[in-house]
Design a protein around this ligand. Structure first.
Ligand SMILES: Nc1nc2c(ncn2[C@@H]2O[C@H](COP(=O)(O)OP(=O)(O)O)[C@@H](O)[C@H]2O)c(=O)[nH]1
Ligand SMILES: [Mg+2]
Length: 345
């Protein structure tokens, strides 16, 4: 599925960076599927390009790894499980290779429509991948709880599978060895890494690249993502909510950019924080507004770093009753609500 790429990212990003000349005209048409560099002779492209899907259990370090490989904080990361809710695409381009990473929500036992939508995003990425990169938290032994969801993913994977045994900075020798034995015969390559320290990531990347097909680049060389800046801004607010609030609050919140005032200085951005229940609004705001002020300050610093300019962040909290249970709301927010899910709760 490599059609209908969304391009507002380029416009906003390049405006911010002042690089608008780097956006090919036709990228703005919205339906272009490929973009190729000039080829050197014959029909075989001199470049490699393809999709690598990062899949694995919640908290394995998939997003940390993608960010380390891209060299940008694109996909949000927290110590809490289930941080990534939707697929996030990150693009790494070198002279002759373009690797498009698909970061995905964790493989979990999906209990409701919301979780099934997250799982669907992970499986969709598996389907789109030229290489599947299974990321494992090697601090835990390969118990049935850890391996059962991986087995299901491996069953549907049609492309070569590589494994990143992550967090080797903290994992014991025994656990790492046990995982290597478990993947023996199940994967084309097993790599020991510590994504947080970018340890082992270069040689992992080199192995992934050898699996990619000869193909023209899919995206312009300067692009690092396919989603609009608005998506990343909203995600940074949600990341900060995951960091600053407890219990069910971070899982009841969806953030969306309501207004992004181009050209303003500081850049005015209004983000709506949608909560499931009226009572959660008070918790987000906190006594005398303390909580939301601290949220706003921390999120603003992250967003300023991301967009490279001063930002005025205006946060609004609004109830959107039971949005996690609504097909319509989930669909509008970009979740992959499974088509055949109507009968299920
Ligand atoms: N010790 C250690 N922690 C890591 C490493 N990679 C990721 N983490 C931590 O694991 C947690 C989950 O990471 P995240 O990337 O959000 O996992 P995801 O749910 O698989 O995307 C975060 O607290 C990361 O800082 C690593 O190599 N070593
Ligand atoms: Mg993640």
């Amino acid at each position: 599925m490599r059609t209908a790429i969304a391009f507002p990212w380029y416009e906003a990003w390049n405006r911010i960076e002042g690089n608008s000349h780097m956006v090919p005209e036709r990228m703005n048409e919205g339906t272009t599927t490929t973009w190729s560099r000039p080829r050197e002779g014959g029909d075989v492209p001199s470049t490699r390009a393809g999709y690598v899907a990062l899949v694995g259990r919640p908290n394995a370090g998939k997003s940390t790894l993608m960010n380390a490989l891209i060299g940008q904080h694109l996909s949000i990361v927290t110590a809490k499980a289930q941080t990534t809710w939707q697929r996030v695409t990150g693009i790494l381009t070198t002279d002759d290779t373009q690797v498009i990473f698909l970061d995905t929500p964790g493989l979990l036992e999906a209990k409701d429509l919301f979780q099934r939508s997250m799982l669907a995003a992970a499986f969709e990425a598996l389907d789109d991948a030229d290489v599947v990169l299974v990321v494992v938290d090697a601090r835990y032994a390969p118990s049935a709880r850890e391996t059962a969801p991986l087995e299901r993913a491996l069953e549907v994977a049609k492309s070569p599978v590589h494994v990143a045994l992550n967090k080797v900075d903290e994992a014991s020798h025994d656990e790492v060895g046990a995982w290597e034995r478990w993947f023996d015969g199940r994967a084309s390559g097993v790599h020991r890494i510590a994504a947080l320290q970018s340890e082992g990531t270069d040689s992992l990347l080199a192995s992934l690249v050898t699996e990619l097909p000869a193909h023209p680049f899919f995206f312009p060389e300067d692009d690092i993502a396919t989603a609009p800046v608005r998506f990343f801004v909203a995600e940074l607010v949600r990341e900060t909510i995951l960091e600053q609030y407890q219990d069910e609050i971070p899982y009841s919140v969806w953030c969306e950019v309501e207004e992004f005032r181009e050209g303003s200085d500081p850049l005015y951005i209004q983000v709506n924080i949608l909560v499931e229940r009226e009572s959660q609004k008070g918790i987000i705001i906190g006594s005398k507004g303390h909580a939301i002020r601290s949220l706003g300050e921390a999120a603003r610093v992250k967003i300023e770093h991301f967009v490279g300019q001063r930002v005025y962040l205006d946060l609004w909290v609004k109830p959107l009753k039971s949005w996690r249970k609504s097909r319509a709301h989930l669909g509008r927010f970009g979740f992959r609500v499974p088509e055949d899910d109507r009968g299920q709760k």
